[in-house]
Design a protein around this ligand. Structure first.
Ligand code: SF4
Length: 328
């Protein structure tokens, strides 16, 4: 983590109040960083304890309320939207080794032309991963950066352009958790091997992708006869999509059904428990809510693309998950 640039920014701009924001996995560094910055600059430092899931989740509103003249967001690459408060995105790279897990993952690959991808946390290891595969005789392709993904080979849950645009037989994802590799499997329809350097676990995502698609089919089927939809607008900095929410509402009403715009910062089942008249939700915010949290809701929760399928505007083309992951 590079703190010198933050100190320099505070000093050169004579910043008096700083708001620090961390994803959960980095909050354990918050006090040390706060202390170091206070000592080095004398500025007042406030730590945000709200949840933070991505660069989309910038604490802009909190910074405005607190009158902070600098917001420092740790752990994610910059989001392509200008914040109202001067903001520094401090990328944080994991120093965990990937060599062993990649070498073991190679045993799971059954094709020669491989696409590789990771999150920003391990992006500095991408060349090493590529070389390891090439030394074993694989042809390795890395996708280009995009609007939300700053680096070649980087993916976000809501931006899989890097993998969608390369023509390979299989993918190797290196990073923690299953959400991102599941996204690759759904968006490309290709076999994905996930190598987690934290747990050392190697997972073939094929079964998980099949299960996820069956769940998506089930959610669409459950929402088929719904008369009253909630169209959910996320209120997080990078998730607000009022225009598309309005268009979705019109689409639903055009089919003779009712639709209500609902705005919400934290989108979870508890928030919607009181809205008993709403029978299904269309989420315009973040795909993670639908894919990971969807099953926790009592009512069907679908994406805008899935709504199109449900309304007969779009066909479900095979099993390719772009239809469910169509957030751009
Ligand atoms: S997947 Fe969701 S949480 Fe992650 S960057 Fe995209 S909108 Fe934000």
């Amino acid at each position: 983590m590079e703190l010198n640039s933050i100190e320099a920014e505070i000093k050169s701009r004579k910043v008096r109040k700083v708001l620090l924001q961390f994803p959960e996995g980095l909050q354990s560094f918050a006090v040390k960083i706060s202390k170091a910055l206070k000592l080095a600059t004398g500025a007042e430092i406030v730590i945000s304890a709200d949840p933070c899931w991505g660069g989309c989740d910038l604490a802009e509103t909190a910074a405005l309320k607190l009158g902070a003249d600098l917001l420092v967001h740790f752990g994610h690459s910059p989001w392509p939207k200008k914040p109202k408060v001067p903001t520094m995105f401090i990328e944080v790279y994991s120093d965990i080794e990937v060599r062993d897990v990649v070498l073991r993952a190679i045993g799971f690959l059954s094709a020669k032309k491989i696409g590789i991808a990771t999150t920003v946390q391990h992006i500095h290891k991408l060349n090493e991963i590529k070389t390891l595969l090439e030394e074993k005789g694989f042809e390795v392709l890395v996708g280009k950066p995009s609007r939300r993904a700053k680096y070649a080979g980087q993916i976000l849950g809501c931006d899989l352009s890097s993998v969608e645009k390369i023509n390979v037989d299989q993918f190797l994802f290196v990073g923690g958790g299953t959400f991102h590799p599941l996204g690759i499997a759904l968006a490309t329809g290709k076999r994905v091997i996930a190598a987690d350097p934290f747990s050392g676990k190697i997972t073939d995502m094929s079964e998980e992708a099949k299960r996820a698609l069956m769940l998506r089919y089930a959610q669409i089927a459950k929402a088929k006869n719904v008369e009253r939809f909630g169209v959910v607008i996320g209120l997080k900095f990078g998730q607000i999509n009022l225009k598309s929410a309005r268009q979705i509402k019109e689409k639903i009403e055009g089919k003779g059904k009712e639709a209500y715009l609902i705005a919400c910062e934290e989108i979870n089942p508890e928030r919607f428990a009181g809205l008993v008249d709403i029978e299904a939700l269309v989420i315009t915010a973040c795909p993670r809510i639908v894919i990971e949290d969807g099953p926790r809701f009592k009512i069907p929760v679908i994406t805008p693309m899935e709504l199109d399928i449900l309304l007969g505007i779009r066909k479900w083309e095979g099993i390719i998950g772009k239809e469910t992951f169509g957030y751009k």
